[in-house]
Write a protein that binds this ligand. Structure first.
Ligand code: E4P
Length: 217
């Protein structure tokens, strides 16, 4: 499973990348707003930090303007992935950009039929939003399960990028179902390492080691 980090904070991205935990990055207009940076400048910097795909989202909704924005975004770096809305215009843009060899990420997916459309449009990634479905009392993981089955039924190569991941249990469930990628905020990725028995066990080992009076290096 690939781990993407869902942020435009270059310091967080650099730190996680140094740990070897980052396979890619996703951003969206809200995350660009939070960063306080210009979208082209910050995306270029992120693309220089990570080797994997970096999703940058168009802000237009009509096909012609989406394609104009996509032309700007696609020139940022070789590892850019153009993020498009799950609308008819977004899907049309996806079909054309994917056919031209660009990486594409169709975002704001909330139903299996929407994901099917993204796959038919040749998307590299489709982003079902798990947490936002949970927020309205649906089960976001049911959507991941349905999309996995549909893509496997037909051999679609579009990768399921489980997005709006908010908890460590979301990560585990998405992995059990077979999502290809999860994108999560830095804090959620870092929380994956935590277990109280790891902390307690390490404290005991360190205390006993100190009593031996030995040094390894
Ligand atoms: C993914 O591409 C989205 O940017 C993100 O996962 C949305 O997460 P949120 O619902 O927590 O804002």
């Amino acid at each position: 499973m690939k781990f993407f980090v869902d942020t435009a904070d270059v310091n967080e991205i650099r730190a996680l990348n140094d740990l070897g935990l980052v396979d890619g990055v996703t951003t969206n207009p809200s995350l660009i707003l939070k960063s306080g940076r210009n979208i082209v400048e910050v995306t270029k910097e992120i693309c220089g930090i990570v080797d994997g795909p970096v999703s940058a989202e168009v802000a237009a909704t009509d096909y012609e303007t989406i394609m104009k924005e996509a032309a700007v975004i696609s020139k940022i770096a070789d590892n850019i992935c153009i993020k498009l809305p799950l609308t008819l215009d977004g899907l049309k843009a996806c079909k054309n950009l994917s056919s031209d060899g660009h990486q594409t990420n169709v975002t704001l997916c909330f139903s299996a039929n929407q994901a099917l459309l993204a796959a038919k449009a040749g998307a590299t990634f489709v982003s079902p939003f798990v947490g936002r479905l949970d927020d309205i009392a649906f089960d976001g993981m049911d959507l991941i399960r349905e999309i996995r089955q549909i893509f496997d039924n037909y051999g679609y190569e579009t990768e399921i990028l489980a997005a709006s991941i908010r908890t460590v249990n979301h990560v585990k469930e998405a992995a059990l179902i077979g999502a290809d990628v999860i994108t999560a905020p830095p804090a959620t990725l870092k929380a994956l390492v935590k277990h109280p028995l790891t902390d307690a066990g390490l404290a005991t080992f360190l205390a006993d080691w100190a009593k031996t009076g030995q040094k390894i290096a």
